[in-house]
Design a protein around this ligand. Structure first.
Ligand code: MN3
Length: 219
């Protein structure tokens, strides 16, 4: 999903690169303001990319592997000496790319099989929002709240600390909110609850449905 492909020279393997934002920096106004998006994508996301490349400097055999695969195989394939670096910076790369992908203004709500699964596993869209908000607010310090599908095809809501990614636990992410302060502080200051409420109006449910379909196929 993100990032491999920038050849720096013919000898060296691929470096990870910052994927472009899939819309304009002001596309999510007023829920997420342009300045926040510019700093979040251009500085924070970029820094995770740079630090992932640094973390992989000593592991040529891991260079060129897509970050999604590194995170899935974190405990099997990534040696302990670089595992923390990949968890933190690789997670930072993938989580942000994924986050951008599920944001959109004026998307119609969930429907079809996805809505049926939300009804079945979470008790409906209102319960989803209540539980998701609880997960976002309950994450102490920095992290993420997620809607995921497990191996049995069941939806659940979880949160992860720091840049930990559910892919590492064999889960399929469907949507996510970044609850690091840098995601909302300029506009919402300390009001994470207000940011979370506003977030519900910019979920790209069509994208979430796409991820759901792919997850069910893989489950
Ligand atoms: Mn962030």
């Amino acid at each position: 999903m993100s990032g491999v492909g920038r050849k720096i020279d013919s000898q060296v393997t691929d470096m990870h690169a910052l994927p472009p934002l899939p819309y304009d920096y002001n596309a999510l106004e007023p829920v997420i303001d342009e300045q926040t998006m510019r700093i979040h994508h251009g500085k924070h996301h970029q820094t995770y990319v740079d630090n992932l490349n640094k973390a992989l400097e000593s592991s040529p055999d891991l260079q060129g592997i897509p970050v999604e695969q590194l995170l899935k195989d974190l405990n099997k394939r990534v040696p302990e000496s670089v595992r923390t670096g990949v968890r933190n910076h690789g997670g930072g790369v993938w989580n942000h790319t994924f986050f951008w992908s599920i944001l959109k203004k004026d998307s119609p709500g969930p429907s079809g099989e996805l809505l049926a699964a939300i009804d079945r596993d979470l008790g409906g869209i209102d319960m989803f929002k209540a539980e998701f908000k609880k997960a976002a607010l309950g994450r102490f310090g920095s992290g993420w709240a997620w809607l995921v599908v497990d191996k049995a095809g069941k939806l659940s809501i979880i949160s992860t600390p720091n840049q930990d990614c559910p892919l590492t636990d064999g889960l399929h992410p469907l949507l996510v909110i970044d609850v690091w302060e840098h995601a909302y502080y300029l506009k919402y200051q300390n009001r994470r609850a207000d940011f979370t409420d506003a977030f519900f109006s910019i979920i790209n449910w069509e994208k979430v449905a796409e991820y759901y379909k792919a997850a069910i196929k893989a489950a």
